[in-house]
Write a new protein. Structure first.
Length: 633
């Protein structure tokens, strides 16, 4: 009897559907916070870390490299093939199967005749089993190509066809005909014998690897959880269709059957995206486990400098108090507030011994953070600003990541909120080239991460031997030292932290530039690749200052003149040309590098300064133009 393994791709907890020939597999497990209690695509030979872009193809790859089955294939956690020759829906392209409260996976599989005997019977007659072709003219006016251009990245498809023309010319006309028409096989659902499967995978992943080398992976539209992120998965659907069509043209026997889509009782299939949480159980299996005693978690020390923030501090402290993880202390260092800040802090300290307040008048943020580190009892350090907010599971999930990977630093994604309204302004995502646990030698793209020291946790043992915080440090010098010595860095790709975007003072700007110069002195001792990333950072930093201090620039032309000259000097200092590969990283930022490049030109700056001295309207126009890059750091 033939050995059959059809991977069923899961990425979050859902109804488990398995039998002797279906193998549930957790796709993207290398980057996942969940443990779905099944084999992951991060074992043995794998590309699990590419799941953000490759989607279910990471399961296809894993099965290709690690299974010795005679028959292989792929289904999805909510999409299957109906192999029942007597099915009521055998003439349909696809149909819905409603998930009721009494849903039975065995009954479902029996109805579809998905079992070893039936698959072996069919594969004795066919080379490939797949879903029926779909004609997108049924619901659009598109061809396959025009639809791809509108919904995905048209240039990716063009590159793919070009690679087929060059390296697989026997597939070229089939590819052109298919993308020029309106019919295709979608969703990458297949069953093949082992030899055909191996041939298919060799062809598919060779093409995708070549495409990957030609596209810009730092394009913001490819960021995880965005609509176009699954670039390889989308291309894979078209490539799978091309492969099947070529097999038909080569007189291979291909069986087309209806696709079955599992759908919640209150929805239609088109209302559910692959990543729709409505399809999942309310709690993932990781959180369903028996909670661990908090004594097994290291204590975390939150260091919180404050000064005249009575409008913000209560919400900030309340977000800490509401944490699902409670084994923490909050070390608050107040600079001698003259408003009601101290009164609010005292109320928290009286009610909760975890809140500790220290008074340190006339000291800046860096000095306050150093004092907090000296007083900290926790194994981990978390820096927080008095206007920022934590989601209730921020500490819990950051600590879980650190324990999973034994990491020195855990970095999260976070959102920026308006100073007054708390409106969500924009989100700061991590580069999707970062995954698992890394350090600077593994992947220098870690240097693209925002140098803001908040929204992260650090092992105190990493900080203490170096004590890298300067008295007037705004976090820049600290970050560029610490990130270069950390051995293990992991990530939380969920937004659990909110950073309140406020205006900054001229004093703060002066400290930022000073600290950036100190960081640059340190970076100049590092390998050239680190210096190249710092060169990108210099532009992002100046753009960030222009964005944050726009009102200050409108009000003080003398400060504006001084800043532009300081910015010009900083951008020109130890400036190096970056390689084309690292230049691609510019796409990750919202910064208008070309516009900021003009600040380096002395003639331009003098002309600009003369213009800025004329009318404030011109100043406003200029800075609106330069700050609409938006929203970084």
């Amino acid at each position: 009897m033939s050995k059959i393994q059809i991977a069923v791709a899961y990425h979050k907890n859902s109804d488990l559907i398995a039998n002797e020939c279906l193998l549930p597999i957790h796709v993207g497990k290398a980057c996942s916070e969940y443990d779905l209690m099944m084999i992951g695509d991060d074992t043995a030979n794998n590309i699990s870390h590419k799941n953000f872009g490759y989607a279910e193809l990471t399961a296809i790859y894993w099965l290709w490299k690690n299974s010795n089955a005679d028959i292989k294939g792929l289904f999805h956690y909510r999409r299957f093939l109906d192999l029942n020759s007597n099915s009521l829906y055998k003439n349909s392209n696809f149909y819905e199967y409603t998930i009721e409260n009494d849903f039975s996976s065995q009954k479902f599989l029996d109805q579809l005749h998905i079992d070893t005997n039936r698959i072996q019977e069919l594969m004795s007659q066919y080379d490939i089993i797949t879903r029926k072709k779909e004609d997108i003219k049924d619901w659009s006016n598109h061809t396959i190509k025009s639809h791809y251009i509108e919904e995905h990245h048209g240039e990716h498809l063009e590159i793919t066809i070009g690679i087929i023309h060059r390296d697989y010319p026997e597939y070229y006309q089939t590819a052109v005909n298919l993308v020029s028409g309106s019919q295709s096989y979608f969703t990458n659902m297949i069953i093949m014998n082992s030899q055909t499967y191996d041939n298919y995978c060799n062809w598919l992943f060779d093409i995708l690897d070549k495409v990957e080398n030609k596209i810009n992976l730092y394009d913001k539209s490819l960021a995880p959880n965005t609509s176009k992120a699954r670039w390889a998965g989308f291309l894979g659907e078209r490539l799978t269709a091309i492969y099947i069509q070529k097999a038909i043209e080569s007189d291979k026997k291909v069986m087309e059957v209806p696709a079955v889509i599992l759908t919640p009782a209150n929805k239609k299939w088109y209302e559910c995206s692959t990543y729709d949480s409505a399809l999942y159980n309310n709690l993932n299996r990781l959180d369903n486990n028996e909670p661990k005693s908090e004594n097994t978690f290291p204590k975390i020390s939150i260091i919180l400098p404050t000064y005249n923030v009575d409008k913000f501090i209560d919400l900030c402290l309340q977000s800490i108090k509401n944490q699902t993880f409670s084994n923490y202390e909050v070390i608050i260092i107040d600079k001698g507030s003259t408003d009601k800040t101290q009164e609010i802090i005292d109320q928290y300290a009286k009610q909760d011994k975890r809140f500790i307040c220290l008074i340190n008048e006339n000291q800046n943020i860096g000095y306050s953070c150093k004092q907090g580190i000296e007083k900290a009892n926790g194994e981990y350090i978390c820096f927080m600003n008095s206007g920022d907010l934590m989601e209730k599971n921020f500490l819990e999930m950051m600590l879980k990541s650190s324990q999973k990977f034994n990491s020195d630093i855990v970095i999260s994604e976070y959102k920026c909120i308006d100073e007054s309204t708390l409106e969500h302004l924009y989100s700061l995502n991590l580069p999707h080239t970062l995954y698992g646990v890394i350090n600077i030698n593994d992947n220098p793209d870690i240097l693209l991460v925002c140098n803001n020291i908040r929204g992260k946790i650090y092992k105190k043992d990493l900080i203490q031997p170096n004590f890298l915080i300067k008295d007037d440090d705004e976090g820049i010098y600290f970050w560029w030292n610490l990130i270069l010595v950390a051995n293990r860095i992991s990530f939380d790709r969920n937004i659990r932290y909110s950073y309140r975007v406020s205006t900054i003072s001229s004093e703060c700007i002066g400290n930022i530039i000073k600290n950036a110069k100190l960081a640059q002195d340190h970076v100049l001792k590092q390998p050239i690749v680190v210096q190249e990333y710092f060169e990108l950072f210099k532009y992002v930093l100046i753009g960030h200052i222009l964005y944050r201090a726009k009102n200050l620039f409108l009000q003080d032309k003398f400060f504006t003149k001084k800043f532009l000259l300081d910015a010009q000097q900083f951008l020109n200092s130890n400036s190096i040309e970056i390689s084309p590969k690292i230049a691609q990283c510019k796409s990750f930022f919202y910064t208008d590098f070309d516009l900021l490049e003009t600040l380096k030109d002395e003639k331009y700056s003098k002309s600009l300064l003369r213009k800025l001295n004329l009318i404030k309207k011109d100043i406003y126009y200029y800075f609106i133009k330069i700050i609409t890059f938006g929203k970084m750091i």
